[in-house]
Design a protein around this ligand. Sequence first.
Ligand SMILES: Cc1cc2nc3c(=O)[nH]c(=O)nc-3n(C[C@H](O)[C@H](O)[C@H](O)COP(=O)(O)OP(=O)(O)OC[C@H]3O[C@@H](n4cnc5c(N)ncnc54)[C@H](O)[C@@H]3O)c2cc1C
Length: 399
Amino acid sequence: MDFELDKHHQEFQEKFRAIADTAVAKNARRHDENASVPVEMMETLHKAGLMEICVPKDFGGHGSSFVTGHDPLSFIIGIEEIARVDMGAAHCFQVHGHSCMLLEHACNDDQKKRYFGPVVDKGTPISWTGSEFGRTARGQYNLQSDAIKKDGGFLLNGVKNYGTNASVADWNIVALSSDQGEMPENFLLVMIPAGAEGFEVDASWWDPTGMRSAVSPKLTLKDVFVSDEDILVGPGYYPREQLGSRWHLGFGASHLGAAQGMFDFILEYLPKRGTTGDPHSQRAIGEMKMRLTAARDILYHAGLLWSGDDLAKAEEYSLMAKLYCIMTAEWMISETIRVVGSSALLKTYDLERPVRDIHIHSTHANLYSTAQLIGRSALGMEFDSTQQQIAVETKKANA
Ligand SMILES: Cc1cc2nc3c(=O)[nH]c(=O)nc-3n(C[C@H](O)[C@H](O)[C@H](O)COP(=O)(O)OP(=O)(O)OC[C@H]3O[C@@H](n4cnc5c(N)ncnc54)[C@H](O)[C@@H]3O)c2cc1C
């Protein structure tokens, strides 16, 4: 196994880095202040053909995917490079990419044409909202938003939250509990177009302390009708296919990118302050480099495993990679503050933004449940890497 990036991936890295250092960097502070969507990034990525990186080749993209196993590394590198500058912007790109991977797997050709069309023509992102108030305790497949079967489609009602990209998307993937069968077989994914009757996207809901550019609105569905042609396969498809296992690495890549951004800041800042001579700082910087390198190696390794046949190994490595990248990013916050000192946290610099972003974003998945699943795997017990909620996992363990 070769741990150096080949020419193809180096080229992707250079392209993403150039956009991160220009279109993303120039607007990051404004989007953080206003909690607004990084549209310039999306436009610039689109011009370079990179908003299409996870659109299948036959439909005008590159086809990078954790689901098909085609070149997952290019997408990981893209998230990492953007997150180095703006973790919120990277999350918009990540949700969009994961949505494209899901649609490639779930859709027939007619659906692919309709859903990928706006991405390829205009670079608009796709949103994907599973989350809703109180879902964590109920379990991810136990949703209160419902889909009732009607002639030719489903009638939808409910309230969802954290719909990243939904305020600018042409198409939105939304998860609901249908009246077709018991949980999880009734779990349904549908596509709702922007502006559909009864579909309200409230971006003013999004006023967090970090990740402010990852605008993630509240969605209200009041008697929204979706026809059968906008159903993704049918009830039970998503849990049956265990596709939740494919999204761990995106989170790993964004935490690694943000941590690398903090490290880059330190290397530039310390010489200017004249504090590189401090042995404690030298020790901390050495340890940072070691952890960042280890995190990147496990992340890329896990990414490459999705191109192989051993999916259980890919799942276990992906859990470990996500957890290790998040732990590295959280550890970087406290170590960085000690090394740079308080002036670096003035708003003059951008360092305080990744500190806030990492705090918010690392709550996305429960770290302890991730570690618990790795523990089950090590103990030779059955583990399901699509489960992030303790309640569901406990039920399974007791079964
Ligand atoms: C920046 C950002 C972007 C996001 N984007 C999206 C998106 O695009 N699409 C989407 O679907 N979701 C998205 N999410 C939402 C995410 O998937 C979670 O649904 C959300 O973070 C849950 O937050 P909460 O405050 O409701 O947590 P709660 O449900 O209140 O849970 C809080 C904590 O309770 C603990 N806990 C876990 N299990 C249990 C249990 N069984 N009983 C009691 N306590 C438990 C855990 O420690 C957990 O962290 C996003 C989140 C963030 C932060």
